[in-house]
Design a protein around this ligand. Structure first.
Ligand SMILES: Nc1nc2c(c(=O)[nH]1)N[C@H]1C(S)=C(S)[C@@H](COP(=O)(O)OP(=O)(O)OC[C@H]3O[C@@H](n4cnc5c(N)ncnc54)[C@H](O)[C@@H]3O)O[C@H]1N2
Ligand code: MOO
Length: 392
C-alpha cells in the first residue's frame, strides 16, 4: 500500500490539460482563465471626481472664499473648458475634472447664490479626485490561470473584454456499480439500497469545474461493467464507484485491466478509502473509488478535486491543511492515515471528531465541516493538542 501523498502525486500525474475555449463574460463565473486579460485602456480613463460638488483651482480654500461658477461637468458629459483661480465648475461623481482643477469641494461645504458659491466649511481631507489610471493602466493584466471570482469578472469587464479564454470543462463519466443499487425515486427491493454517492460526487465535481455525466448503473457482471466502461470511453475522466475491494463481486479492477487499464496504483494507506484504484484507460484518466458512501466522498475531496484543478490548468497539490485545537482526547491511530469526520468551530479554532466514524454514515458526513487528519500510528492525543484539519 502506498501513502496518501504518493497516491495523490500519481493521481495528479494522470491529468491531461484541457484545451481552451472562448466564453462570454456572462458565462465565465467559476471558470478557469486560460489566457491573461489585458487592459485595453486606463481606468478611470480620465481624472474623475469622487464627489458631487465643485471643481476649483485652489488646493486649500478657506472659509468665506468665493468662486464664480463657469460651467458643469457631469458623468458622460464633460466640461469643455478649464478652471482658473476664483472659478468653479459644478461637478458630479464620476465626471471628468476640467484642466486646472486642484481639488473638488463638497456641495455640503458651500452656499450657492446664482453663479457664486461661498465656502461655509473647511475643505478637509483629500482632493476628491481619482487620478487617470488609478485602478489600472493600459496593458495591466488579470493573470491566468485563476478560477474566476465575481470580482475577477467585474475587473475583466472593466478592462474591456467581452469574452474570455477559459479551460474547457473536463467531462467526467460517473459509473456506480452494484446489483444492490437503484436510483433515487425508485423503490428498492428488500435487499437493495439507493445509489447516493454518485449524486454527491456529481455535485462535488461540478463544483470543482467539471461536467459530470451519470452513466447507467453497472451490474456486478463482466458484461455489464464492460458495456458501461465502453460507453464512458470518450470522457476525460472515468470514475467508478464500488466494486474495488476483494469480494467475489468486486470486478472493477479486473474488467478495467482487461480493457487496457494502465494501473498507476491500487490500495492506499488511508481510512476511509483503502481500496482506491487509479490509472489510464485509452485517452481517459481512470479512478476507481471505494463504494462506501463516505469513502468515495472523502476520496473525492482528497484526490478528485486536485485532479480536476490540474486538468483545468490550476496548481494542484494536497488540500490546504490548517492547525486546530482538539476539544477532546482521541485514541491512538492504527497504520492508515485517518481522515476523521469532525466539526471545526471558527470561534475558538477547536475541532471535535464525531464519535461514529464508520464509512457508511452519510448523516455524519453531512454534519461535518472538516476532516481531522491523523498520521499513521499517531499516538493518543489529549484535549488542547494541535492537529491538522482540512475544511470541507
Ligand atoms: N475482506 C475485506 N473486505 C473489505 C475490505 C478489505 O480490505 N478486506 N475493505 C473494506 C473497505 S475499507 C471498503 S471501503 C469497502 C469497499 O468496497 P468496494 O469498493 O468493493 O465497494 P462495494 O462493496 O461495492 O460497496 C461498499 C458499500 O457501499 C455501498 N455502495 C456502493 N456503491 C454505492 C453507491 N453508488 N451509492 C450508495 N452506496 C453504495 C454498497 O452497497 C456497500 O454497502 O470494502 C470493505 N471490505
Ligand atoms: O476505505 Mo474503507 O472506507 O476504510 O471503509
Amino acid at each position: 500500500m502506498i501513502s496518501t501523498a504518493e497516491a495523490l502525486e500519481k493521481v495528479v500525474a494522470l491529468a491531461t490539460p484541457m484545451p481552451a475555449e472562448t466564453v462570454s463574460l456572462a458565462e465565465a463565473s467559476g471558470r478557469v482563465l486560460a489566457k491573461p486579460v489585458i487592459a485595453a485602456h486606463a481606468q478611470p480613463p480620465f481624472a474623475a471626481s469622487a464627489m458631487d460638488g465643485y471643481a476649483i483651482a485652489d488646493r486649500t480654500p478657506k472659509i468665506e472664499d468665493t468662486f464664480n461658477v463657469v460651467g458643469t461637468s457631469a458623468a458622460g458629459h464633460g466640461f469643455d473648458g478649464s478652471v482658473a483661480n476664483s472659478e468653479a465648475v459644478r461637478i458630479f461623481t464620476g465626471a471628468p475634472v476640467p484642466p486646472g482643477t486642484a481639488r473638488v469641494i463638497l456641495q455640503e461645504d458651500v452656499a450657492r447664490e446664482g453663479d457664486t458659491i461661498t465656502m461655509t466649511g473647511a475643505a478637509e481631507g483629500g482632493t476628491h479626485i481619482r487620478p487617470a489610471g488609478g485602478d489600472f493602466k493600459p496593458g495591466d493584466t488579470l493573470d491566468a490561470p485563476r478560477r474566476l471570482s465575481p470580482s475577477d469578472i467585474a475587473l475583466a469587464a472593466s478592462m474591456g473584454s467581452a469574452a474570455l479564454s477559459v479551460s474547457k470543462k473536463p467531462v467526467v463519466a460517473l459509473i456506480a456499480t452494484g446489483d444492490e443499487l437503484v436510483m433515487p425515486g425508485e423503490t428498492p427491493r428488500a435487499d437493495q439500497i439507493i445509489a447516493s454517492n454518485t449524486f454527491g460526487l456529481k455535485a462535488m465535481l461540478e463544483n470543482a469545474g467539471a461536467t459530470a455525466r451519470l452513466m447507467p448503473i453497472a451490474k456486478d457482471t463482466v458484461q455489464s461493467l464492460t458495456t458501461v466502461l465502453e460507453m464512458a470511453a470518450d470522457a476525460d475522466l472515468i470514475v467508478t464507484i464500488g466494486g474495488a475491494s476483494v469480494g467475489d463481486h468486486d470486478l472493477v479492477g479486473d474488467v478495467a485491466a482487461e480493457m487496457g487499464l494502465e494501473r498507476a496504483f491500487y490500495k492506499v494507506a488511508m481510512r476511509p478509502g483503502k481500496p482506491l484504484l487509479a490509472g489510464r484507460m485509452g485517452t481517459a484518466a481512470m479512478v476507481g473509488l471505494p463504494g462506501n458512501p463516505v469513502s468515495s466522498m472523502v476520496c473525492g475531496e482528497i484526490f478528485l478535486r486536485p485532479l480536476i484543478d490540474k486538468m483545468l490548468g490550476l496548481p494542484a497539490g494536497p488540500r490546504t491543511r490548517h492547525r486546530a485545537t482538539l476539544s477532546q482526547p482521541i485514541a491512538a491511530n492504527a497504520g492508515r492515515e485517518h481522515y476523521m469526520r469532525a466539526i471545526w468551530s471558527d470561534c475558538d479554532n477547536t475541532v471535535k471528531p464525531f464519535e461514529r466514524q464508520d464509512s457508511s454514515l452519510l448523516t455524519v458526513l453531512a454534519r461535518a465541516n472538516a476532516l481531522l487528519i491523523r498520521p499513521p500510528h499517531d499516538p493518543a492525543r489529549e484535549a488542547g493538542e494541535a492537529v491538522d484539519i482540512i475544511r470541507l
